[in-house]
Design a protein around this ligand. Structure first.
Ligand code: NAD
Length: 283
């Protein structure tokens, strides 16, 4: 089962990174999005990635990053995008209906041999498998934001995923410079968010409850465990809106933390590193 031609659906934050990293690693890549404006935005995202790779990634000078960007075929024609794909990586919005509709169309348009992988962070592949029409050739391949730096790729199938498909996708992840993390069964949050979300919530509970300031919580975590960043530094990088959106839709304790985040930070424009200030100030 050889993967050579890869199509990425959705060219937003993660889709653009996955397409770029895959092209940079020498694969033939097509990227699909819904309209010309989205493709224009993708073009800009690739240009930014070229400059980031030149600065941060070994071997990206001498035009390799520019060549990767130029090599990606951009299209708004889904049939054209997938007609010869060995692997389709789906990174469309985290909305069940959009994903299901995408897989329904994809199942009709892609060749029978094509493998489908979802990058969904919160939906399980079981939630989507029936829409694909080919549950044996479907699984999750979950990347982390800033794929060139935080290069885990969590591979998670359903009970129906063909083990050979699972193996081929894990091998592909390695070939594009990711460290494949294989999950033996489905778990909401995969490995990374199963660890991270409770840590971040506990940190917020400590500060919202008045036990310790964010700086003290971070300092404790860094010194006592040797970790380079504390949980509040991590939230600043993620952006405060993401934990807020998760917490506001959770239980009573979660809603209290969401209110604390909103009143003390979000309403004051402190949205995290990208806004210049979150729990910390950035120059
Ligand atoms: N942002 C992250 O940090 C992150 C990390 C890991 C996984 N993910 C997952 O990746 C997926 C995409 O997230 P994102 O942050 O890149 O979102 P995004 O909003 O930045 O990008 C989504 C893209 O999909 C396009 N799109 C909209 N409707 C579409 C359709 N019907 N068909 C094809 N494309 C369509 C949009 O135009 C946009 O370019 C989600 O499943 C998310 O859970 C995101």
């Amino acid at each position: 089962m050889s993967i050579k031609k890869v199509t990425v659906l959705g060219t937003g934050v993660l889709g653009s990174q996955i397409a770029f990293q895959t092209a940079f690693s020498g694969f033939e890549v097509t990227a699909y999005d819904i309209n010309d404006d989205a493709l224009e935005a993708a073009h800009d995202r690739f240009a930014k990635l070229v400059s980031i790779y030149r600065d941060e990634v070994d071997g990206a000078k001498d035009g390799k990053a520019d060549k990767a960007a130029e090599s990606i075929t951009l299209t708004t024609d889904l049939a054209e995008a997938v007609k010869d794909a060995d692997l389709v990586i789906e990174a469309v919005p985290e909305v069940m209906k959009i994903k299901q509709e995408t897989y329904r169309k994809l199942g009709e348009l892609a060749p029978q041999r094509t493998i489908f992988a979802t990058n969904s962070s919160t939906l399980l592949p079981s939630d989507l498998k029936d829409s694909t029409g080919r549950p044996d050739r479907f699984l999750a391949l979950h990347f982390a934001n800033d794929v060139w730096r935080y290069n885990t790729a969590e591979v998670m199938g359903t009970k129906e995923t063909d083990p050979e498909v699972f193996h081929a996708v894990a091998e592909f992840a390695g070939k594009i410079g990711m460290v494949p993390i294989e999950l033996h069964k489905e778990k909401a949050g995969y490995v990374v968010n199963s660890l991270l979300v409770p840590l971040l919530n506990s940190a917020m509970s400590l500060s919202a409850g008045g036990y310790a300031d964010p700086e003290a919580v971070d300092k404790t975590w860094r010194i006592a465990t040797g970790a380079p960043f504390g949980p509040f530094q991590m939230i600043d990088v993620i952006g405060l809106n993401t934990p807020y959106n998760i917490l506001v839709n959770s239980d009573e304790d979660g809603k209290k933390l969401a209110a604390w985040l909103k009143t003390n930070y979000i309403d004051k424009g402190k949205l995290g590193k990208s806004s210049g200030e979150g729990f910390y100030k950035y120059s």
